[in-house]
Design a protein around this ligand. Structure first.
Ligand SMILES: Cc1cc2nc3c(=O)[nH]c(=O)nc-3n(C[C@H](O)[C@H](O)[C@H](O)COP(=O)(O)OP(=O)(O)OC[C@H]3O[C@@H](n4cnc5c(N)ncnc54)[C@H](O)[C@@H]3O)c2cc1C
Length: 288
C-alpha cells in the first residue's frame, strides 16, 4: 500500500471542509470496500478522511414519520436495533444475510450504499421501503431518493465532496409484510441475485392490494420491477397470475454475465424469486 495522509474530523461539517481542501482525498467509513481496493492498487487516494469519529453520523433515532439511521452505523448495530426490527424488519433481514460478523461489525450502512454496487444487499430493502438519503453538501442538507443516490455501478449521484449523513425510512404501509431473498455461489459471497418484496394483502388474504419489488445484481443499479408490480396490483393472486409475474420479472431485468453467474441464469433466478416471495408472503398473511 502507498502511504497516504489520514484525517479524523469530529464533525460532518469539518469532514466536508477537509474534503474540499484536499484534492484526490476519499471518505473512509468501515473500509471493507475501500481499503480492499487500495490494497489491490485499484485506488490510490491522496488522503483518507475517516468519518468514523463523528457521533452525529452514528445515531439511530425515531422521527415523526419513521426512522433516521446514521450513515456511519455499523451494519450489526442497525440489524440489532429494536426500532429497526419493528419498523424496517426487511433491512435487518437483509443485513443478516451479509458477509460475516466481523465484516458486519466494521461495515457501515452508508458505505454499502455509497460503494454503489448493483448487488449491495441493503439497497433492495431500502428501495421498496422508499427510503430517502440525507446528504450534506456545500449548499447545506437535502434528501434524495435511493435511485438518485445509486446511479450506476460504482457511481454515486452526489457532488464530489457530499456526505451521505443518514437514511430516512418512513413507516411502511399499514399491514405490509416483507421478505428478502439472496442467491450466492457459496456462503459469505456477494449476491448473484437479491430481491426484496413488500406486499399488502387485502382482507380476503388472496388479493394483492399493493406490492413493491426490487432486484439487485441484475442491472447497473438495483431495479424496481414496476411492470411486475402493476401486473399484480388489485388482482387475485392465482397460480396463473403468479406464473405470469415470474415470467415478466425474468424478462424485465438486464443482467450481465460475470464470474458469479451468467445473464440467463440471473434472469431465471429473478423470476423464481418473485414467485417464491409472493407465495411466502401470501402464506405469512394466511398465518397472521
Ligand atoms: C469478505 C467480505 C464480504 C462481503 N460481503 C458482502 C455481502 O454479503 N453483501 C454486500 O452487500 N456487501 C458485502 N461486502 C462489501 C462491503 O462489506 C459492504 O459494501 C460495506 O457495507 C461497505 O461499507 P464500509 O463502511 O466498509 O465502506 P467503505 O469501504 O469505507 O466505503 C465504501 C465507499 O463509500 C464511500 N463512503 C462511505 N461512507 C460514505 C458516506 N457516509 N458518504 C459518502 N461516501 C461514503 C467511500 O469513500 C468508498 O468509496 C463484503 C466485503 C467483504 C470484504
Amino acid at each position: 500500500m502507498n502511504p497516504y495522509d489520514y484525517h479524523r474530523p469530529e464533525s460532518a461539517a469539518a469532514a466536508l471542509a477537509l474534503k474540499s481542501s484536499l484534492q484526490g482525498s476519499r471518505y473512509l467509513a468501515g473500509g471493507t470496500d475501500l481499503l480492499v481496493r487500495i490494497k489491490d492498487g485499484v485506488e490510490r487516494p491522496a488522503a483518507l478522511i475517516s468519518l468514523r469519529r463523528i457521533p452525529e453520523l452514528r445515531a439511530i433515532e425515531t422521527t415523526a414519520t419513521g426512522l433516521r439511521i446514521g450513515a456511519l452505523c455499523p451494519l450489526s448495530d442497525v440489524a440489532a436495533h429494536q426500532d429497526v426490527n419493528e419498523r424496517a424488519a426487511l433491512l435487518a433481514a437483509a443485513i443478516a444475510e451479509m458477509a460475516c460478523v466481523q465484516i458486519r461489525n466494521s461495515a457501515t450502512l452508508g458505505g454499502n450504499l455509497c460503494n454503489c454496487s448493483p448487488c449491495a444487499d441493503t439497497a433492495p430493502p431500502l428501495f421498496v421501503l422508499e427510503a430517502r438519503a440525507e446528504i450534506l453538501g456545500s449548499e447545506g442538507t437535502r434528501d434524495v431518493s435511493m435511485a438518485e443516490l445509486m446511479v450506476g455501478p460504482g457511481q454515486l449521484g452526489l457532488g464530489a465532496d457530499d456526505i451521505l449523513t443518514a437514511i430516512l425510512i418512513d413507516e411502511p404501509p399499514p399491514g405490509a409484510k416483507g421478505i428478502f431473498l439472496k442467491k450466492t455461489r457459496v456462503s459469505m459471497d456477494l449476491a448473484l441475485v437479491n430481491l426484496a418484496a413488500l406486499m399488502v394483502l387485502a382482507d380476503d388474504g388472496a388479493t394483492c392490494e399493493s406490492i413493491r419489488l426490487c432486484a439487485g445484481a441484475v442491472g447497473p443499479t438495483p431495479l424496481r420491477l414496476e411492470q411486475v408490480e402493476a401486473s399484480l396490483k388489485g388482482r387475485r393472486l392465482t397460480p396463473e397470475l403468479i406464473a405470469q409475474a415470474r415470467k415478466l420479472a425474468a424478462d424485465s431485468v438486464h443482467p450481465i454475465s460475470d464470474i458469479r453467474a451468467g445473464a440467463d441464469y440471473r434472469r431465471q433466478v429473478t423470476g423464481a424469486f418473485v414467485e417464491r416471495a409472493i407465495t411466502a408472503l401470501v402464506e405469512q398473511g394466511a398465518a397472521a
